[in-house]
Design a protein around this ligand. Sequence first.
Ligand SMILES: [Zn+2]
Length: 336
Amino acid sequence: MHVSTTMTKYCSRFLISILFMMFATISFGWSGHETYTYIVVNSLGIDVNELVEITKYSYVENRVYNEPYYYKDDFAGTRKFFDSLGDGKFPPDPKPVDNKLPAWQILTIYAQMPDFGMDEGLNLSPLQALIGNSQGVRHMRYKIGIIEAFEGNKSFVYFVNMSQKAFNEGDRYWGYRFLSYAVHYMEDLFQPYHESPGSIWEVLGSVTNKSVNKMLNNAHYAYDNYLLFLMYYSKHTDEIRKLIEEMPARRVPSNYDALMEEVMMYGYSKSHIVHDELKKAFGDILYQRTPTIEDFKNLEEIGKLDKLYSTTKDIIATMTGTVKGFLVTYIKENQK
Ligand SMILES: [Zn+2]
């Protein structure tokens, strides 16, 4: 190997070590995937009421999982993968009738499942040792300067392919269930903290300064929870639900790698503004703890979340148009 190439390789490895070793405790993911996905799926403008027979899992996969958490039973009617939200009744989760479920329900139930441990506790990549957990490897795609790491994009493509395989074999239950997992990873990549944990200076500073590290982790958690706050507890909740319902599907690339590239670039392009506005709104709170729903409510009341809200509305609109664009095309292609 050429000397300068070797040098570059070692330098970037060193940089990667510094960048990632302080981010070992992030849970990785928007909260409320099930609620968001429910609203999206029921406003696609296509029929998602197809009744689907629940079938047994019968797949050979080339990914490893934390097996006890890679659930294969059906959980309809149990709310197992639902966050405890609002009055605990929305979105609906009825029991199966004659061992059958509507397509919308399969897509709703399993949208949160990838965050329930299946990707945790594994040995997935050399970077694993640096970040201290494996879930982030599969749910994020960091881009910091010249460094790109993790494989949230691959997770999406992987489960679309699993879904297609199931549909091709006439297994409509697993076709929709794998599709729900795929949608989870696409939604995750619209969360800007899945592309960038903070400014490069903060990330470098967090190596020696634990309070900066804590602030960055709390900022990530805060934004995970902001979507959930907007969908259930905000004075804008009706407006946000209406926005998701009324947002039309947009044309998206038919090549899934290209689609992921667009999603990741979009998430990345929003990371600076979201991070700046979050810091302005929450200030010292981020150095102490993860903001609570009460914090959100109080700050919203005095107008401190106005800018964060308008930026987040843009992100939700783009995410919704994109998820719908993908789902409408994909489901139509696979409808009988
Ligand atoms: Zn996730």
